[in-house]
Design a protein around this ligand. Structure first.
Ligand code: UDP
Length: 327
């Protein structure tokens, strides 16, 4: 059955892939985006799709939609540390007021609501891997707190709303995700390393590079978000969505050097404040409740992402022989 689906943050990296997937399933999609970090370029393939509507607005302002709505996905928030720290008060208000506005909208329409939460709710975790029953270790006054605490408060709103019987609210805790349409200047590790390697610039490793992350390809994540939204029985608990493969920052740098054999060397830069040391999802709940697990191996996803960056930025991809190949 074709549904009417609102995607807040639909012009962002993950949001635009979600819009694509929902339209491909035959649904109608209304995208709301302020274009603070989202990009019109991401929506290019959808602009003329008859099922697609774009509304340019900040979710911190009251949201009114006159069309019927069956589902509301809230992916509206800057997600990379340099971007969400650039205007920390706005980041926190997006998480709190923005989420509140969208939950009210969903309730008015009798629509299911899915909140994009984050592995950042676990902070610098003292438990490894992170399962959903771990309460986390977050510095509430540090520079990451606007996002970490904002997303934690948004989860609180969601579960209070659910307990009060005001709506069918679901929460996905998204771990590091990568793929085509990341902003090249986003500041995140995968986009930084790939763009640096393609340009022949040094790869910037923060700290000693011993910290770990788990990287999920965007198509896997989108499949998990839709599975969580569409499962009939509300799980009543947050669900981790991420790839449990765990890599140190140095391991990722070496994979990128191997894959894009430029002369890019590794340079070391200071570790950002409160940078989490370890991050790996326990996805038992996603597997058992949603029947979901990621499929795309890191090497394969990195290749696809590198090819996309090369094409978008008009860069050559050096081949192993050292010759330059036009992307
Ligand atoms: N990082 C790095 N070099 C970069 C960008 C990031 O070493 O050019 C490190 C960063 O310190 C962190 C990890 O990579 O330990 C992941 O950072 P990212 O900003 O991608 O996401 P986070 O998980 O910290 O939100």
């Amino acid at each position: 059955m074709a549904l009417n689906i609102l995607v807040a943050g639909g012009a962002g990296f993950v949001g635009s892939h979600l819009c694509d997937a929902l339209l491909a399933q035959g649904h109608r999609v209304v995208c709301i985006d302020s274009f603070l970090t989202g990009s019109r370029q991401n929506l290019r393939p959808l602009r003329n799709h008859p099922g697609f509507t774009l509304i340019e607005q900040d979710i911190c302002d009251p949201v009114q939609i006159d069309l019927p709505l069956d589902r509301v996905y809230n992916l509206a928030c800057a997600a990379s540390p340099p971007r969400y720290q650039a205007d920390p008060v706005h980041t926190m208000m997006t998480c709190i007021s923005g989420t509140g506005n969208l939950m009210r909208l969903a309730a008015q329409h009798g629509a299911r609501f899915l909140q994009a939460s984050t592995s950042e709710v676990y902070g610098d975790p003292e438990r490894h891997p992170q399962s959903e029953d771990y309460w986390g270790n977050v510095n509430c006054t540090g520079p990451r707190a606007c996002y970490d605490e904002g997303k934690r408060a948004a989860e609180t709103l969601c579960f209070d709303w659910l307990r009060a019987g005001k709506g069918d609210v679901r929460v996905a805790r998204i771990f590091n995700t990568y793929g085509p349409r990341m902003q090249p200047d986003d500041g995140r590790i995968v986009s930084n390393f790939l763009v640096q390697a393609l340009r022949g610039d040094p790869l910037t490793v923060y700290g000693r590079g011993a910290q770990t992350r788990s990287f999920c390809f965007v198509s896997d994540l989108v499949a998990g978000l839709i599975a969580l939204m569409e499962i009939d029985q509300n799980p009543g608990t947050p669900i981790n969505l991420g790839n449990p493969g765990e890599f140190t920052v140095i391991e990722l740098a070496k994979m990128v050097q191997e894959m894009i054999p430029t002369r890019s060397r590794i340079v070391y830069r200071p570790l950002p404040t409160d940078d989490p040391q370890r991050r790996r999802p326990d996805i038992t709940r996603a597997k058992t409740i949603l029947g979901w697990e990621p499929k795309v191996p890191l090497a394969e996803g990195l290749q696809e992402t590198a090819a996309w960056f090369a094409l978008t930025l008009g860069l050559d991809v050096p081949s192993r022989s050292g010759a330059l190949v036009r992307a």
